[in-house]
Write a protein that binds this ligand. Structure first.
Ligand code: HGY
Ligand code: MN
Ligand code: MN
Length: 417
């Protein structure tokens, strides 16, 4: 579809890099480039306050909704009918400085450069950061954007309890971001998210831009394995009901299932906590999480079924009980071809090398795709490293991605669907 060519502006790369560096100082992880700003923590509040200050400094209309999503718009009507950029500024506990932060600060930069250029656009521009995209303190991930599109009720969000025993609603209140703007939120004209790839594809191929066609399916399950607490020295092996052993076997089984299914199937046991977690006690119970993902829904269901079956067999053999709870479950998402094509066209016009690809990571864009035409732009992650303080993207890639975001947002202000 040949869309009208958008008026273009030049972003200020130095200003973008300065803001990335300044935001990264909040929750900075010593002697690394990374940050730790878990959702609704004091560090998250500090990061929010800084970005909201930048939004106000531009004279934007800034709103906070009832689950802490923040939207800044050039129009007093907020996101309604706006061409919107966004992402998240919360990080995992050992996060990098670009994951999420780039998309928010790039959106802010595009708006600032557009206002400075005095261009009269047919539609407003907006930029958002959504609450708790990472989901590592309070599942599910993409919690704020899921609520924004009506996929999770505000009440359910506010009642989510974290592994640390805190509750979302109370933490939101505590950090001063339990806003009053309505959630679900206003429907934008379009949504485009710039994000680091967080994988090795672009870096290994020496390509500059990922034209993201969609996001793979995500399945998060918590398993509580209950055996019998016992003395490590006196309990004969034949009499043990050892939940930690089963947790280890489930971990190995998850990997075997992923390798056997092949394709895009991945499996991760990222959290595993025996109780009481003491050297001379056979654990009473062990809590673990399993993260399964696949670009194909049927294959993801197959992986889930196989893991369920294998887990039951292992529990039976060891005489332990297993209770499972779904922490997150999202089917694969495809982005709007009209947005994807436009991103590819504009990147090519800029002489950037591109590759169409799925996203291995979850993003707020996969939620926004439920309510408006949506697309994503990836820039390379050096060595494919992310969710790691060493996460890095070269400056020229950050700037090229932000300039492409500007071209795309402005082009979409001139498009009627
Ligand atoms: O889990 C994810 O893919 C994202 O980082 N929240
Ligand atoms: Mn992210
Ligand atoms: Mn992340």
């Amino acid at each position: 579809m040949d869309l009208p060519h958008g008026s273009s502006i030049s972003i200020n790369g130095a200003r973008l890099l300065e803001r990335i560096a300044e935001l990264a100082q909040i929750g900075a992880i010593e002697n690394t480039q990374g940050c730790s700003r878990l959702a609704f923590s004091d560090a998250d509040r500090e990061g929010r306050d800084l970005v909201v200050t930048w939004m106000h400094d531009l004279g934007l209309a800034v709103t906070t909704d009832t689950v802490g999503n923040v939207v800044a718009s050039t129009s007093d009507d907020g996101a309604s009918g706006a061409v919107m950029a966004g992402s998240h500024i919360d990080t995992v506990g050992t996060g990098g400085r670009y994951d999420g932060n780039l998309g928010v600060l790039a959106g802010l930069e595009v708006i600032e450069a557009t206002l400075a250029a005095g261009i009269d656009l047919q539609r407003p521009l907006a930029v958002a950061f959504f609450s708790n995209e990472e989901g590592s303190r309070y599942p599910p991930d993409m919690m704020g954007s899921l609520a924004y599109v009506g996929g999770m009720s505000v009440e359910s969000v506010l009642n989510v309890e974290g592994a640390d025993g805190t509750v979302v609603g109370e933490e939101l209140e505590r950090i001063g971001y339990r806003g009053s703007a309505p959630c679900p939120g206003a429907i934008p004209h379009a949504y485009v998210e710039l994000h680091i790839e967080q994988g090795p594809v672009l870096d290994q191929a020496g390509l500059q831009i990922g034209v993201v066609e969609g996001v793979q399916g995500i399945s998060w399950t918590e398993l509580v394995i209950t055996g019998q607490s016992n003395h490590a020295g006196t309990t004969p092996m034949a009499l043990r009901r050892d939940s930690m052993v089963v947790a280890g076997q489930v971990t190995v089984a998850a990997r075997a299932i992923a390798l056997e299914l092949g394709g895009s199937q991945v499996a991760t046991v990222g959290s595993l906590t025996p109780h009481p977690n003491l050297v001379n006690v056979v654990p009473a119970h062990t809590t673990m999480t399993v993260d399964l993902r696949n670009t194909d829904e049927k294959s993801l269901q197959l992986a889930e079924d196989q893991l369920r079956q294998r887990t039951a067999e292992l529990a039976e053999a060891e005489g332990v009980e297993i209770n499972s709870r779904t922490l997150a479950r999202f089917e694969p998402v495809e982005f709007d071809d009209r947005v994807v094509d436009r991103i590819e066209q504009l990147a090519t016009q800029r002489g950037l090398s591109t590759k169409r690809m799925p996203s291995g990571a979850g993003h707020d864009a996969q939620m926004m795709a439920r309510i408006c035409p949506t697309g994503m732009i990836f820039v390379p992650s050096v060595d494919g490293v992310s969710h790691n303080p060493a996460e890095h993207t070269d400056e020229e890639d950050l700037i090229a991605g932000t300039q492409l975001l500007a071209d795309t947002l402005l082009a979409l202000t001139e498009v009627a669907w």
